[in-house]
Design a protein around this ligand. Structure first.
Ligand SMILES: [Zn+2]
Length: 155
């Protein structure tokens, strides 16, 4: 399989959320106790039921333009270690239904590389998307609500 890295959101954004209480859309963050395994976009682990989390709107850096979208995200309320492992699909992807969305260097969605399925079974479709010469990056979203989980880059 092509070497890859699952990339969390910039930890500075989570720090800004925690410090200001505001999200990327200017909304007041919701401070919650997780009521389900809630995917933290910094450490890429599930906050367990009862753990304090922040819920806010994250403005994705890419894709830009026509495919750009904001996404609701959870982050741990207290600082957590950003995910850094290589060639590893993180817990928040493995543990739910996900969609794989590939984009080219011009931020065009490469539809034929898209995939939706159980996170435990995305190794092959993810490898296919990353190995395709058209692919600049891949975003993985939750399959049901469609929220961004992480970006994936080759190498
Ligand atoms: Zn976390």
């Amino acid at each position: 399989m092509t070497a890859f890295r699952c990339v969390p959101i910039d930890p500075a954004i989570a720090e800004r959320f925690r410090a200001t209480g505001r999200d990327d859309g200017g909304n007041t963050l919701r401070r919650l106790a997780a009521d389900h395994p809630s995917p933290c976009r910094v450490c890429l682990r599930n906050a367990q039921v009862g753990e304090p989390v922040l819920l806010g709107s994250y403005h994705l850096p890419r894709p830009r333009g026509i495919y750009w979208t904001p996404s609701p995200i959870f982050v741990h309320e207290t600082p957590c270690a950003p995910f850094v492992a290589s060639d590893t699909i993180p817990e928040i992807v493995r543990s739910r239904m996900v969609s794989v969305r590939a984009y080219d260097a011009a931020d065009q969605c490469v539809y034929d590389l898209g995939h939706a399925g159980d996170g435990d079974t995305i190794d092959a479709p993810l490898a296919l998307a990353l190995a395709d010469p058209r692919t600049a990056f891949v975003n993985i979203h939750t399959a049901k609500p469609g929220c961004l989980l992480c970006r994936v880059e080759a190498g």
